[in-house]
Design a protein around this ligand. Structure first.
Ligand SMILES: Nc1ncnc2c1ncn2[C@@H]1O[C@H](COP(=O)(O)OP(=O)(O)OP(=O)(O)O)[C@@H](O)[C@H]1O
Ligand SMILES: [Mg+2]
Length: 460
């Protein structure tokens, strides 16, 4: 995404100015093009032009104001350095650079070559940053105003929706807590859209990346003076101005970067050199941080900076795991099934009652992501609705569930399988499982399993 080749367009009819420019820029290895009329110079330019224009305003029949106006129509951020080639020009003919956005600097007739070179290099860097910023913003633009629908009508989801509406009315920082795959990013994107923030939604994943890369991605890896030679001259904190920065897995942010981020949040201004040096950047910054762990506990134990925790946790949103809202499961499953069927160009039967019971009774340690995968597997014709429970989670990751929770999940699955096999016949199921009838009924109540549904299914 960086701008590779840059050039200098010199507009002059004065041999002295041309020689001076050629000498000054000779060592800079810059592609210098010299033209003597305004029309052919304007013909070269366009909004993606990567270079800098040096215009000698002493050129014959040349109206510098018209030239700058024409350039601003092409792109107001094209930098023009004005060269005062003729030392005998009166003050009245000097252009007033403050009247034009494009006028980058004015160089007098006795400008030293080193100064000339320095001003040109500065203008080139400025142009590079302008274009890189535009490219990055363009790449991020499609994230700005779209968010996937939040599906779920359980009381827990309704409560979360109400909290979201409240949070959207403010621009305070938000901490989202939820298990893996529970929908933290979906909630964050919706909050960004609902908050009507004009800037982009920018994601930085604080887990799974070495510290120096997160540092570069967040804060940019060079001060302005050397920017442009590096892939991340601009940090995402710069890009996110008026938007939302989503910091995923905030618990993994290295301690040194926690300090750096805290400083940004405290000052709301960063003391780094900017494209307009001397102007500290007042970022309109909203952070939504997401975590899978109990961050308060981590903060009290010293594993996460307590001051940063309190800065981020102005509003706290907690996403309930799927197993705590089983009534949302069929709705979500149906949504993902339709989506996958459309995408894959397939048709698929509606879920049977036994299948509904089965997916409702499952623990879904991988939460909504795992449910989506199961729906997709079914659309692809896989018989097994639920991936083997013996794998620690649906994602093949170590389970975040306790041992008793995993044992319960396994027990539930065995009961459902046995009932399915015996067509809902309780006596046959009890015998097959080798448990007392009373114990079996207690477990049916505990897991919300209804044998009649398996019998109806068999008849159907
Ligand atoms: N309420 C919801 N309605 C519909 N789809 C959802 C909902 N919540 C999550 N999803 C879907 O589930 C999947 C996982 O969601 P998401 O990536 O937001 O989870 P996460 O909590 O950020 O996961 P991780 O902890 O792995 O980062 C995505 O495909 C997402 O579209
Ligand atoms: Mg996520």
């Amino acid at each position: 995404m960086s701008i590779v080749s840059q050039c200098v367009l010199l507009l002059t009819d004065d041999t002295d100015v041309r020689n001076a420019a050629q000498q000054s820029l000779a060592h800079a290895n810059l592609d210098l093009q010299v033209l003597s009329d305004m029309t052919s110079a304007l013909d070269q330019l366009h909004s993606g032009w990567t270079g800098v224009i040096i215009a000698d305003h002493g050129i014959a029949d040349f109206n510098i104001s018209d030239f700058l106006t024409a350039i601003e129509k092409i792109d107001p951020e094209l930098p023009v350095i004005l060269v005062d080639g003729k030392s005998d020009l009166g003050e009245t003919t000097r252009p007033d650079p403050t009247q034009h956005d494009a006028a980058f600097d004015v160089i007098g007739p006795i400008c030293a070559p080193t100064q000339f070179n320095k001003i040109t290099q500065r203008a080139l860097r400025h142009r590079r940053l302008v274009l890189e910023n535009r490219m990055l913003r363009g790449a991020l633009a499609h994230y700005t105003n779209t968010a996937p629908a939040i599906i779920g009508t359980s009381p827990a989801m309704e409560k979360l929706r109400a909290s979201l509406t409240k949070a959207a009315a403010s621009h305070a920082h938000v901490l989202i807590h939820g298990e893996s795959g529970s929908g933290k990013e979906v909630i964050a994107r919706n909050l960004h859209v609902m908050s009507r923030r004009p800037g982009p939604f920018v994601v930085v994943d604080c887990g799974g990346m070495p510290e120096h890369l997160i540092d570069a991605e967040l804060f940019g890896d060079r001060p302005f003076e050397t920017a442009g030679t590096n892939p991340h001259p601009i940090g995402k904190l710069d890009l996110v101005d008026t938007g939302t920065l989503f910091l995923d897995e905030i618990e993994s942010l290295p301690l040194a970067l926690q300090v750096k981020l805290l400083r940004v949040l405290q000052e709301r201004s960063r003391g780094r050199a900017r494209p307009d040096p001397g102007q500290p950047h007042q970022a309109d910054l909203r952070i939504i941080a997401a975590t899978k762990i109990d961050l308060r506990k981590a903060a009290t134990q010293g594993a996460f900076r307590e001051d940063l925790y309190y800065r981020l946790n102005v509003i706290e949103l907690s996403i309930p795991p799927l197993r705590e809202r089983p009534d949302d499961i069929p709705l979500l499953f149906d949504h993902f099934t339709r989506d996958a069927a459309k995408r894959l160009g397939r048709t698929v039967d509606a879920l049977s009652l036994a299948e509904i019971t089965q997916i409702k009774a499952h623990d879904w340690p991988g939460n909504i992501r795992a449910l989506r995968n199961a729906a997709e597997r079914r659309v692809l014709g896989e018989d097994r609705l639920i991936a083997p429970m013996m794998a620690a989670t649906d994602q093949g990751e170590p389970s975040s569930l306790s041992l008793p929770q995993q044992v319960e999940g396994f027990e539930k699955k065995l009961i459902i399988e046995a009932l399915g096999k015996h067509g809902g016949n309780v006596t046959a199921t009890v015998t097959a499982l080798g448990v007392p009838r009373k114990t079996f009924y207690d477990k049916l109540t505990k897991y919300g399993i209804i044998p009649a549904e398996f019998r109806r299914q068999r008849k159907a």
